[in-house]
Design a protein around this ligand. Structure first.
Ligand SMILES: Nc1ncnc2c1ncn2[C@@H]1O[C@H](COP(=O)(O)OP(=O)(O)O)[C@@H](O)[C@H]1O
Ligand code: SF4
Ligand SMILES: [Mg+2]
Length: 333
């Protein structure tokens, strides 16, 4: 966990989210996740599809609220707020979704989409500046106001729609931006542009960001710290710089081993797990393995791993793991 003198911008403690699945069963989507994001920091959330990343993102903005656990935005505890106060506080935290086209009302024009939140949450006399402020917001995200202002979402490309979503979120001057796979639905050529826009915007505004994705190199490149999730649990949290050398949790090593060396920008991780381990599937979240949830795929698993859940422990400042057996690496470059 980051040590900072200032209060964190966002803190979540012991989040639990379960979905009813019929016949008395439950999907254990998120099972005791805690995280902290400092002001101006980007925390990446990494893990394969189905591990609970989006559910964490949605429970941070309370859509829906978690079944248990608390979320604090600055000094306000969101969990347990009355609906009206919650809506007001939530305007300080904005979410960017994977599919920008369906995130936008198809009947509205770009200028109204960008202004929408402001018209609900902004001060009353705001509307006089609407055109100028919408144009400035569009320019800020790299769109030409004269070209897009009066268009509707279907008249724009996916990348342009994602820029509109970002402008719309920034219009509310949020403190925290939650991005859930914001480039996964875009063409490869457009992905880098949107990532670059998010990176420069958060840096310029000292905005905190939670960046969710399943792509290791994307998360590593944009984040200050990375939180790795597996089947609703946190495996490892560590700085993204040098992550390929420092990561020790067997699941993080497995994710890193699947990447070509070039994408990591330096030496490949040592000790890749066996090929059959890589191919193994996520166990069902209806009935997660006992003890450590990763044990059915873990090359280091022992009897203890089946009997006892590993508690998170700090192995060096800012680097936590939940594993009985992994130890800090010593002999790396
Ligand atoms: N609304 C829902 N109802 C039932 N199960 C859900 C719902 N949303 C997510 N899940 C399940 O919760 C688990 C975590 O999902 P999700 O958070 O979307 O994972 P990720 O974003 O990492 O792919 C998955 O098993 C998924 O099928
Ligand atoms: S606790 Fe055991 S099963 Fe889980 S990751 Fe560590 S070694 Fe593997
Ligand atoms: Mg998701």
């Amino acid at each position: 966990m980051t040590t900072t003198r200032d209060a964190p911008a966002l803190t979540a403690t012991d989040l639990v989210v379960e979905f009813p699945a019929g016949r008395g069963q439950k999907v254990h989507a998120v099972s005791g996740v805690s995280l902290e994001v400092a002001a101006g920091e980007t925390l990446g959330i990494l893990g394969e599809s189905g591990c609970g990343k989006s559910t964490v993102g949605r429970s941070l903005i309370q859509l829906p609220p978690p079944d248990a656990g608390t979320v604090r935005l600055g000094d306000v505890t969101l969990t347990g707020l009355a609906p009206r106060e919650l809506r007001r506080a939530r305007a300080r935290m904005q979410i960017i979704m994977q599919d920008p086209v369906s995130a936008l009302n198809p009947r509205r024009r770009v200028k109204d989409l960008v202004w929408e939140g402001r018209s609900i949450w902004g001060p009353g006399d705001d509307a006089r500046d609407k055109d100028a402020r919408v144009d400035a917001a569009l320019r800020d995200v790299g769109l030409d106001p004269a070209t897009v202002r009066d268009r509707r979402p279907h008249e724009l490309s996916g990348g342009q729609c994602q820029r509109v979503c970002i402008a719309r979120a920034l219009m509310l001057d949020p403190e925290v931006l939650i991005c859930d796979e914001p480039v996964s639905s875009l063409d490869v050529s457009v992905q880098a542009q949107i990532l670059n826009l998010l990176e420069t915007t958060t840096r310029r505004r000292a905005l905190s960001m939670v960046f969710i994705a399943h792509d290791v190199s994307v998360v590593k490149n944009i984040s200050d710290r990375v939180m790795v999730m597996y089947l609703g649990k946190v495996c490892e949290v560590l700085p993204s710089d040098g992550m390929q050398h420092e990561a020790v949790h067997p699941y993080t090593r497995l994710l890193l081993a699947s990447l070509p060396e070039a994408q990591l920008g330096s030496a490949a991780p040592a000790g890749p797990p066996a090929a059959e381990e890589r191919a193994a599937e996520l166990p069902s979240p209806l009935n997660p393995p006992s003890g450590c949830r990763f044990r059915t795929r873990c090359p280091l698993a022992t009897e203890r791993c089946a009997a006892e859940e590993p508690a998170p422990r700090e192995i060096r400042p800012g680097h936590r793991i939940a594993c009985h057996h992994a130890e800090p690496r010593r002999n790396h470059p």
